[in-house]
Design a protein around this ligand. Structure first.
Ligand SMILES: [Fe+2]
Length: 384
């Protein structure tokens, strides 16, 4: 997130003496990205963030690839991913490549005895079902149905779920998640033509300083492994912080759709981007209003990108037999398009209630074993 923000207390000058009421120093930490060349924040801890007590045995959470090369239209029954009590155990990668992992999760329980840090990837957590609070050293982010939670890599977090029924779509991005450059002016401000503005992005709030020593377990993910670290101080011990590197929330319900007289292409739905992929939001909107318009999208050959659609809610006029939580994968190299009968049926309709998240990747995706376990048979023949 490019905008400067601050919570709690920070000293007048960075890198200067900043003392607690007892006269000892707060511990300053620079959290920087791309070396020292991209956004960063300065955090003032009650205790140094380096007090390692123990490192437990690392274990692998690397997804198992079931099929690396494929050019077949696929559909997956996302809600067939089984719920699990534990957040980390609930995360199932269904599609992946070297740029991102696409993960489904149905966690039942809040974090209770550990914290989590993904040191590999920025995470975009789309909340399909559930509500609660994302807790970090930067403050709290309350979330609900339809929120995207963007968590920069290296952010230690916990999630408090309000109840047990939670469904999450998670994009793990091995590059920084950014707001598309074309939406921002040279000063980083969102331009008038963007489908959202600064007010739509919710920043952390209610910074609580946990000035606590003890044993604090942080599960740190790095290169497909989880390293259980025991630290001697509470990870949320900041008295204050400032900078441009922090988690934030954006609701898909705040995405303002861009419409036209004739069919508008997918880039108008773009919400986020990472290296070699984009994330788009399809939201309820008025249909095209040319008198001869065809609201249902045309057949198209996305020659060099794989197109993933995650169906959230509403009706999907161009597809048949869509269920909530379903994922379709239309690989680059072959065309796809509306299902038979849907084009004529759509003519004259004024609006759509569809809600969906699209992830387009510029490199082919690989199906994992967890993905294969929720595969719908013969989807590729569904246009006949
Ligand atoms: Fe498409």
């Amino acid at each position: 997130m490019p905008h400067y923000y601050s919570l709690g207390k920070v000293p007048h000058k960075r890198h200067t003496q900043f003392r607690k009421p007892d006269g000892t120093l707060y511990a300053e930490e620079l959290v920087s990205t791309h070396g020292f060349s991209n956004v960063y924040s300065l955090i003032y801890h009650c205790h140094p963030p380096t007090m390692i007590k123990e490192v437990g045995d690392a274990f692998s959470v690397e997804p198992k690839v079931a099929e690396r090369k494929s050019m077949i239209h696929r559909s997956f029954e996302g809600f067939n991913i089984q719920p699990a009590d534990d957040f980390l155990e609930s995360r199932k990668t269904v599609l992946m490549n070297n740029d991102l992992h696409i993960v489904l999760a149905a966690p039942r329980e809040s974090f209770s005895d550990y914290f989590y840090k993904n040191a590999d990837a920025d995470e975009v957590i789309f909340v399909h079902e559930g509500e609660g609070v994302l807790k970090t050293i930067y403050g709290d982010l309350p979330f609900a149905y339809g929120d995207y939670l963007v968590i920069p890599r290296g952010t230690i977090y916990q999630i408090e779920f309000k109840n047990k029924q939670n469904r999450l779509l998670i994009v793990e991005s091995f590059s920084a998640i950014e707001i598309p450059r074309r939406y921002r002016n040279e000063y980083g401000q969102l331009e008038e033509h963007a489908p959202f503005c600064e007010r739509d992005f919710r920043k952390p709030q209610d910074l609580v300083t946990h000035d606590e020593k003890g044993d604090f377990k942080i599960m740190i993910r790095k290169e497909g492994m989880i390293y259980p670290y025991i630290y001697g101080s509470h990870p949320f011990d900041a008295i204050g912080w400032d900078g441009n590197h922090y988690p934030y929330a954006f609701s898909i319900h705040d995405f303002e759709p861009i419409t036209g007289r004739v069919h508008m292409p997918p880039p108008i739905h773009q919400t986020f981007e990472g290296h070699n992929f984009v994330v788009c939001s399809f939201v309820p909107r008025m249909y095209d209003y040319h008198p001869l318009s065809i609201p249902v999208p045309y057949n198209h050959s996305n020659v060099d990108s794989d197109e993933v659609l995650y169906y959230v809610d509403g009706d999907f006029m161009s597809r048949k037999a869509v269920t909530r939580g379903m994922i379709t994968l239309h690989p680059g190299g072959i065309p796809h398009g509306p299902h038979p009968g849907t084009v004529e049926k759509g003519i004259g309709q004024k609006e759509t209630k569809e809600l969906a998240v699209m992830i387009d990747t510029f490199k082919p995706l690989w199906m994992t074993e967890d993905g294969r376990s929720i595969l719908n048979k013969d989807y590729h023949k569904s246009w006949m």
